[in-house]
Ligand binder design. Structure first.
Ligand SMILES: [Fe+2]
Length: 217
């Protein structure tokens, strides 16, 4: 179906008092999300209106190249924050359900090792940590991204997204390594594991669907 313009939506996390993450941080963060939507729509429109019979395709610099690259930044800025805001506002705690089952089998030290690993990944990343389900092999793993669009792995469906850009924590915790660690602890206190498990279920269903032979008419 043809693409529809992106629209900002409301998230339950904004109607709740989060533990450690202030309303002001969330509201400022939402404004960034709206900016990603605006620029995604703008870039997509430009890319559909170029005169491709005339436009230059130059790999050093060309308007086509610039908009194409920045479109991935804007679009993933939108997608990353949809997941991030969507799974805040929960009761936190340790991993639950199917997520715990898969991640516990992935790391030799089980869920406890993953909990350490994801926190260290959050200190090592410049933009995001994504815990992603791989549609090709059914595994869950931690991936770091240095910006909205850098190091994204295709066929990896993020089910848990930790925003470690300073805008996510500097106001509440300080823009220091320790501030970031304290923020990541707060993130996990507010995480909605049901949301994470719904994302995972959707990804597992998609993987299952893709492995089935096409329906015969
Ligand atoms: Fe962000």
């Amino acid at each position: 179906m043809p693409w529809q313009e992106l629209q900002p939506r409301q998230f339950p996390a904004f109607d709740k008092e989060l533990d450690g993450i202030s309303k002001q941080t969330m509201d400022d963060h939402y404004a960034l999300y709206e900016g990603y939507i605006k620029k995604s729509n703008e870039c997509r429109k430009i890319l559909k209106e170029f005169d491709y019979s005339e436009i230059e395709g130059n790999q050093v610099y060309s308007p086509l190249r610039a908009v194409s690259v920045d479109y991935t930044f804007a679009l993933l800025g939108f997608k990353n924050h949809e997941l991030y805001f969507g799974h805040l506002g929960g009761e936190g705690g340790s991993p639950q359900g199917r997520f715990a089952e898969i991640i516990g089998g992935e790391y030799p030290g089980g869920v406890e090792m993953w909990e350490q690993a994801v926190r260290k990944a959050a200190s090592a990343a410049r933009g995001w940590v994504m815990v992603g389900y791989d549609l090709n092999d059914g595994s869950l793993f931690n991936y770091i991204m240095d910006s909205q669009n850098l190091w994204a792995v295709y066929n990896m469906v993020p089910v848990l997204a930790i925003d470690v850009y300073e805008h996510a924590y500097a106001r509440d915790f300080g823009g220091t390594p320790q501030g970031r660690k304290d923020y990541v602890d707060a993130f996990f206190r507010n995480l909605d594991w049901d949301h994470v498990n719904r994302q995972l279920e959707q990804a597992e269903q998609a993987a299952l669907g893709a492995s089935q032979p096409a329906l015969q008419e």
